[in-house]
Design a binder for this molecule. Structure first.
Ligand SMILES: [Zn+2]
Length: 456
């Protein structure tokens, strides 16, 4: 089996329960897992591949729990720059109707490249619009090519404008077809094994874009296969008013009634739970993807992260995608999380280390993974390194290198190892030629916004 030795890390941070850190640290990897970790001098001195991490801080790979990769094509669209969630959606749905299989594939690669270069090694994506023959398979092909750990959420919308929903009728799918394709992708791709690089998630878009029946049936199907379920919930007060008017329930009450709580369910945003709802989400170990940039961008509000955590909810971070952030920088998102919790008046509401825990262990818990999120023997070999001698960290890393990653300008990674394979070295993605990929992505983005793509 191939071996890899990382040695001489200026600081190696495990994020394990004991808070282990090592100066001059190293990691010895056999195949896809960590075999040994500690001071460099305690480790084997040779391996098939040796990476010198002198001058770097090394920590577990970051985990992104909520994204919409295809939205890299519609970042910063002028008409949606200053809109709240519902108006933002109504502006962008007709544009997204032109998405094609190639647009999904190329935007997935762009989003993954951006995530990887910011320190992310695992992400879930929630694509809920599949026009013109686009399929989850178009994303999976990209993830395999990039060597990225991927939880592909098969999203869906079924309630169009004519039935009182928000999306135009031409972008919603038939519910039987959604369930059929969901079963297909689970059977074809879902990997239950430890160190899985690919898992499937079922993910109706939101309570206002599918029927209650589909929410129930999707959850039943997911549970029959041990697959996790995901949706948007309690993001805005508009949604709360819609749910009260349409269903006579608040969003969390509706989710509870549909069975959408528990250790195999996570909700994006959760900005507006009541105190009692936060308690019940915690008691059921329901997951939450906290997306601070998106919540600020769309003026949605401040999610009560500490309350949810103290109640027992699993909480991770999501950059959200990508037209409501409009970046995919995981370390930047940890910084936003720390700052946003402080806005209400408590400067200790979230520390830098707490933000990094959300981005690592929190994310792993939200995705239901016990093999990523911290570094220890037997865990997946997913780790990242940032140089400490850079302009961004000058005068910060010398005092506290770990907190500097969040307090200072969030840097890009110099090193990323995913599942025991080096994917980034010297700040460059291996095996991926970025300039032509960006050029193709931008050509698709222009054509998409002009309405020149897809069958219209
Ligand atoms: Zn979202």
């Amino acid at each position: 089996m191939p071996t890899l030795l990382l040695r001489n890390a200026t600081l190696l941070v495990s994020m394990d329960d004991a808070g282990n850190q090592w100066a001059n640290g190293g990691v010895y990897v056999v195949d896809q897992a960590i075999a040994q970790i500690g001071s460099t001098e305690q480790l084997p001195q040779q391996a098939d591949q040796v990476v010198d991490a002198r001058g770097m801080i090394v920590l577990p790979g970051l985990v992104n729990t909520h994204h919409h990769f295809y939205q890299t094509l519609t970042r910063n669209v002028p008409a949606a720059q200053n809109a709240n969630l519902f108006n933002w959606l109504v502006t962008l749905y007709p544009i997204w109707a032109g998405l094609t299989p190639e647009a999904i594939n190329v935007s997935t690669k762009i989003a993954m490249a951006e995530l990887m270069l910011s320190g992310c090694t695992t992400a879930s994506d929630h694509t809920y619009i599949w026009p013109n023959g686009a399929r989850v398979d178009d994303q999976i092909e990209a993830a395999v090519e990039m060597g990225f750990r991927f939880h592909a959420a098969r999203g869906s919308m079924s309630v169009g404008e004519s039935q009182g929903g928000l999306p135009p009728d031409r972008v919603v799918e038939d519910e039987a077809a959604i369930l059929r394709d969901s079963r297909r992708v689970i059977e074809q791709y879902h990997d239950v094994k430890k160190f899985a690089m690919l898992r499937i998630v079922l993910a109706p878009c939101s309570p206002f874009s599918v029927s209650p029946d589909l929410m129930r049936e999707s959850l039943t199907l997911a549970r029959a296969y041990g697959v996790h379920s995901h949706t948007h919930l309690a993001e805005t007060l508009d949604e709360e008013r819609y749910c009260l008017a349409t269903f006579g329930r608040r969003p969390v009450e509706l989710a509870e009634e549909l069975g959408w709580i528990g250790p195999d369910v996570w909700h994006a945003h959760m900005v507006h739970p009541s105190a009692g709802e936060a308690e019940r989400l915690g008691a059921t170990h329901t997951g939450v993807a906290h997306c601070p940039s998106s919540n600020m961008r769309l003026a949605s509000g401040i999610a009560p992260i500490r309350v949810l955590q103290q109640a027992g909810a699993r909480v991770g971070l999501g950059v959200d995608g990508s037209a409501s952030n409009d970046g995919s920088h995981m370390l930047g998102e940890a910084r936003q999380a720390m700052l946003l919790q402080r806005v209400a008046g408590d400067p200790a509401a979230m520390t830098a280390v707490e933000a990094l825990r959300l981005a690592t262990r929190g994310g792993a818990a939200v995705l239901g993974r016990d093999d990523i999120g911290y570094l220890a023997p037997g865990m997946a070999a997913d780790f990242i390194g940032y140089r400490l001698d850079t302009l961004a960290l000058a005068g910060g890393a010398v005092h506290d290198p770990l907190a500097a990653l969040v307090f200072c300008q969030p840097p890009g990674v110099d090193l990323s190892v995913i599942n025991g394979r080096v994917r980034v070295i010297d700040g460059q993605l291996l095996d991926i030629d970025l300039p032509p990929l960006v050029e193709r992505h931008n050509a698709i983005a222009r054509a998409l916004v002009r309405g020149e793509l897809g069958a219209r």
